[in-house]
Design a protein around this ligand. Structure first.
Ligand code: GDP
Ligand code: MN
Length: 381
């Protein structure tokens, strides 16, 4: 689970990391009020789970009320890579020279957390790793011992952080590691960490990703879960307990079994289409689960048509067919065209049951994929 920047910064600030004074706002009026309280200049930052917000207009500096109102009406409601901005973080603008990177993440190859520091912060750290790998210092941590203070200092010195700031940065790295452990995080990151005019280290951005499997023992963070989801769709996925991932395309995908869904995504991509989502209804999915899945994909405004790929196994073909019919009976008009590919156990029975007035049926996956892409093209015209 990825927390929003403002939530991550709250956790960081509680642990003693300095962050700019800030207020979360959801309207132009609230932004103006925040500006009045904080004092100009301020920075407005879109609270969506999108990286590199600055480059796509999600971060704006305002020096007075006029600019602030303008920036606020611009950012609120803006679409950032498919997400609608509903909240902005209004922050005291900080003047700084250098942008540093400090973080702890999980190295899945080594099965260990790794502490990372770079003097080339501000930008995407993966980009730095590609272009100037020597600008990044890393240290693996043995989780049974934790990050020793001397290790934190070593990474900081390796990264070439200016002498007078080294101890301060090492301290922040150490705190990030403690947060990492305490919150069952998979990632804690401050990028950029800057030195302000007074010479203090300030966290201008914050990332905190928490392992979802550990939420049962993180009640306070679990409460943020709902808020941290971007939209209606992700909330629904939680409510229905589906494995659901939103993508940028327009072909809605539903299947039973993660492997089958992945294959379907690949095939859609292969034939020139763009999947809108990953949705696995799972094995043993009965009629009502299928109805829920359809409801979810109907809700997605980006979806032009749906490809339902079912392999009859634990979910028998006739069960799936009943599920689709049952779900569709609820609608006076089917919201989006559906292509069904049904195979496996009881597929023939299922095909008999399926109402061909409501869905298009195809025997092979290739045909089903081509058909759904065609329909999407037609829908766009
Ligand atoms: P991200 O691009 O989505 O990771 O958003 P960040 O919070 O990292 O901000 C991107 C960039 O905006 C930073 O690297 C800074 O250069 C700039 N920025 C953010 N906050 C401030 C601020 O308070 N003052 C100034 N001058 N620049 C800021
Ligand atoms: Mn950042």
């Amino acid at each position: 689970m990825r927390l929003h920047e403002y939530q991550a910064k709250e956790v960081f600030a509680d642990a003693g990391i300095r962050t700019p004074e800030s207020v979360v706002a959801t309207s132009v009026e609230e932004v103006l009020k925040a500006g009045w309280k904080i004092g100009y200049p301020i920075v407005l930052k879109a609270q969506v789970h999108v990286g590199g917000r600055g480059k796509v207009g999600g971060i704006k500096l305002a020096v007075d009320e006029v600019e602030s109102a303008d920036a606020a009406s611009n950012i609120l409601g803006m679409d950032l890579k498919g997400y609608t901005v509903r909240k902005v973080l209004v922050e005291d603008a900080v003047d700084f020279q250098n942008e540093l990177y400090v973080g702890v993440t999980l190295d899945r190859n080594e099965n260990k957390p790794v502490a990372i520091v770079s003097e080339k912060g501000g930008v995407d750290i993966e980009g730095v790793a590609d272009e100037t790998p020597e600008a990044i210092a890393r240290e693996h941590v043995d989780p049974s011992f934790g990050l020793h203070p001397y290790q934190a200092r070593e990474v900081v010195y390796d990264a070439g952080i200016p002498e007078e700031k080294a101890l301060g940065v090492a301290d922040i790295l150490h705190t990030l590691y403690e947060i990492w452990t305490k919150t069952d995080a998979t990632e804690t990151e401050v990028n950029p960490l800057v030195i302000n005019e007074q010479g203090d280290l300030v966290a201008l951005d914050g990332v905190l990703n928490v392992d979802e499997n550990a939420l049962y023992r993180q009640p306070e963070l679990a409460e943020l879960e709902e808020e941290s989801y971007e939209d209606e769709l992700e909330r629904k996925a939680i409510e229905y307990d589906f494995d659901y991932v939103r993508l940028d395309g327009n072909v809605g995908i539903i299947g039973n079994g993660a492997g089958l869904v992945m294959t379907t995504l690949d095939m859609v991509q292969y034939y020139g289409g763009a999947p809108a989502n990953f949705l696995d209804v799972g094995g043993g999915a009965k009629a009502d689960r299928i109805a829920d899945a359809l409801d979810m994909v109907f809700t997605d405004p980006n979806v032009d048509a749906i490809l339902f790929n079912i392999f009859g196994g634990i979910t028998r073909g006739d069960e799936a067919a009943k599920g689709i019919n049952g779900a569709l009976e609820k609608f006076d008009e089917i919201p989006k065209p559906i292509v069904v590919r049904l195979t496996g156990l009881n597929a023939d029975v299922g095909r008999e049951i399926l109402n061909e007035e409501l869905v298009t049926m195809e025997e092979s996956l290739e045909d089903a994929v081509k058909r759904v892409i065609e329909i999407c093209e037609e829908e766009k015209l």
